[in-house]
Design a protein around this ligand. Structure first.
Ligand code: PHE
Length: 329
């Protein structure tokens, strides 16, 4: 026992001399003074000694303990004084860095506005895939494969049966296959057209489709809904007109124009959406009885709405990701 106490003291002293920072000192503390450290091991052995021996070594063990602790505390105090802490390197007077917050893209803001108008009158929001079947995009919407109306929409074909949807109208088919009337949905989403890129057209844009199917849905309801929608978006003084038009999947069909008056320039009529009564053939294609039900549908371009609302004259700017444009909204 005596030797062990001496050994412990010597090696502690030796190691102590080499310590020049707090983390090494902590290692020393763990080795000698922690619960499983040298000192406690010696005390454990001490407990098992016959009582005669206990008297002999009790004192020197206690001295060892004090020696460890005093030297440890002393060196610790010393090191704490000289060692520079991380905090000393921080310059609390430096001004902070400003963080720039992102915001919603202007198209998404317009889309949100359109959605909230229709949600407030009982439409729910539905979505469909951008990669669509020829059947849903054309065939079921009453465009037979040789129909010239297909030329209205230049298509990115994937193969003979699949394509990038050219409008959101195929989601009408999906919705009517899944839900039973009354159906009242809007469908926002991206659509693709293989058109030359210019200030007026882009290969990708956003549409919002609307569909309402029930007994006794009328064309005048369609007009009333669209007029009230357009006024909420463009203001009560809006001048508008409906023009007869053609879409294979609606009959009769119309387009809605609004009067556009840029300051200092000549005003003109601009088309904002296509609409009409769902063609009976389309209802038949999805198994809804056209003798019993009628419906209306409409489709509008989100880019077009945004251009008009904010007086922007080039559609490409929406897709450039130019911060100078984006931060204005
Ligand atoms: N899908 C048509 C287009 O993209 C718009 C439309 C939708 C017209 C619904 C009538 C009814 O041009």
């Amino acid at each position: 026992m005596e030797n062990k106490i001496l050994d412990a003291k010597n090696s502690f002293e030796n190691e102590l001399k080499k310590i020049d920072n707090l983390s090494k000192l902590e290692e020393l503390r763990i080795k000698y003074l922690s619960r499983k450290g040298t000192l406690n091991q010696l005390f454990d052995e001490f407990k098992n000694l016959p009582s005669a021996e206990k008297q002999k070594y009790g004192k020197s063990l206690n001295e060892l303990k004090n020696f460890f602790q005093e030297n440890y505390e002393k060196l610790k105090a010393n090191l704490e004084q000289t060692e520079t802490k991380v905090e000393d390197f921080i310059d609390w007077s430096l001004p902070g860095r400003k963080r720039n917050l992102g915001s919603k893209h202007i198209l998404i803001q317009t889309l949100d506005e359109i959605k909230s108008v229709f949600k407030s009158i009982g439409f729910s929001v539905y979505e469909g895939p951008e990669l669509e079947s020829d059947y849903n995009n054309f065939e079921a919407l009453n465009f037979p494969s040789d129909h010239p109306a297909r030329d209205m929409q230049d298509t990115f074909f994937i193969n003979n049966s699949f394509l990038l949807r050219t409008h959101t109208s195929p989601v009408q088919i999906r919705v009517m296959q899944q839900l039973k009337p009354p159906i009242r949905v809007i469908v926002p989403g991206k659509v693709y057209r293989n058109e030359a890129i210019s200030a007026k057209s882009y290969c990708l844009f956003h549409q919002v489709e609307g569909l309402y199917v029930d007994t006794d849905v009328t064309f005048s309801e369609l007009k009333g809904t669209l007029v009230s929608f357009a006024k909420q978006l463009f203001g009560d003084n809006l001048k508008y007109r409906f023009r007869a038009s053609f879409f294979p999947f609606t009959e009769p069909s119309a387009e809605m124009d609004i009067w556009w008056q840029p300051t200092g320039k000549e005003g003109r009529w601009l088309e904002i959406l296509g609409c009409g009564m769902v063609d009976p053939n389309v209802l038949t294609n999805v198994g809804i009885d056209p003798e019993h039900y009628t419906g209306y549908a409409f489709g509008m371009g989100v880019e077009r709405m945004t251009l008009l609302k904010y007086g922007i004259d080039d559609i490409r700017i929406f897709f450039d990701n130019d911060k100078r444009f984006l931060i204005q909204f």
